[in-house]
Design a protein around this ligand. Structure first.
Ligand SMILES: Cc1cc2nc3c(=O)[nH]c(=O)nc-3n(C[C@H](O)[C@H](O)[C@H](O)COP(=O)(O)OP(=O)(O)OC[C@H]3O[C@@H](n4cnc5c(N)ncnc54)[C@H](O)[C@@H]3O)c2cc1C
Length: 248
């Protein structure tokens, strides 16, 4: 049975008029970077809960989520109206296997490929020490429709400064021309090798692990391309190279 905890919005970030982050003060459950928690609000007589990845690293006290408004959905437009001090419900357990604990020990290059708010779990992991202790190269591919949908740019720039030469950030903006970003889908550059060329790291099954998060189509297209390259889905009982988390 779901057990709900009461939390309060401590900080709200409006990235633009559709993308928001909420940092929530709550005596929350322990979690691993990359996991998600259910967030709920009462709508009429019903509590509507949806899973959201935590963006903060586990050592930080406020639980942070990053989301966009889905006009036809019941929760996101209400979440976007919350302000600091407002109450919100959180499930008392975090879940999910898109974590560094699932990445096989021999991995040297970690590829994190996200669409939209799917960047959240990767930002949580990147703010821990583990990726920088374990991997030679960390690639973050982050695809959005419009440039101002790219959240957390300051955090990403800080990570680039701190891990210069090992952290390869690659933005993709499909809906407008931006000189610093690829103007196509992540999967286009996976298929034709441009992403590997751009970062100077090969997708070598002997060395790499790929994490995919976000839109279902990106995940299924990427899986197809990567499987043709000899990478396999990772399962606990059958270690492989690809971990996924589908948002919608
Ligand atoms: C494991 C997991 C983790 C998730 N983490 C996040 C997260 O960190 N941030 C986040 O923004 N969302 C996340 N989601 C999606 C989230 O749970 C909600 O579905 C979403 O925020 C919409 O909520 P809603 O109640 O407004 O609409 P819903 O009733 O949930 O969805 C309405 C419709 O919109 C589609 N949809 C859901 N999300 C989107 C989207 N982002 N863009 C366009 N269409 C969408 C749904 O498939 C459905 O058809 C996650 C989903 C899963 C399964």
């Amino acid at each position: 049975m779901t057990h709900w905890l009461s939390g309060r919005v401590a900080r709200k970030t409006c990235w633009n008029d559709t993308h928001f982050s909420l940092a929530i003060a709550v005596q929350g459950p322990p979690f691993l970077a990359g996991q998600f928690i259910r967030i709920g609000m009462d709508v009429g007589n019903e509590r509507v809960g949806r899973p959201y990845s935590l963006v903060n690293p586990p050592h930080e006290p406020l639980l942070e989520i990053f989301f966009n408004i889905v006009p036809e959905g019941p929760l996101t437009s209400r979440l976007a109206q919350l302000e600091a001090g407002d109450q919100v419900w959180l499930n008392d357990a975090a879940n999910g296997f898109l974590t560094l604990a699932e990445v096989p020990e021999q991995t040297r290059d970690l590829w994190m490929l996200a669409t939209g708010t799917g960047v959240g779990p990767f930002l949580s992991m990147l703010q821990t020490e583990e990726p920088w202790r374990r991997f030679d190269n960390v690639v973050l591919g982050y695809g959005v429709r419009f440039h101002d949908n790219l959240g957390y740019r300051e955090l990403i720039e800080r990570l680039q400064r701190e891990h210069h030469g090992r952290f390869h950030f690659v933005p993709f903006v499909t809906g407008e021309k931006v000189p610093t970003a690829f103007d196509c889908r992540i999967t286009d550059t996976l298929a034709d090798g441009r992403l590997e060329q751009h970062v100077g790291v090969a997708l070598d099954p002997e060395r790499c692990h790929v994490m995919l998060c976000g839109h279902a189509e990106m995940i299924s297209d990427a899986l197809q391309i990567l499987e043709q390259r000899g990478l396999r889905r990772h399962r606990r009982r059958e270690p492989g190279h690809i971990s996924t988390e589908k948002y919608h």
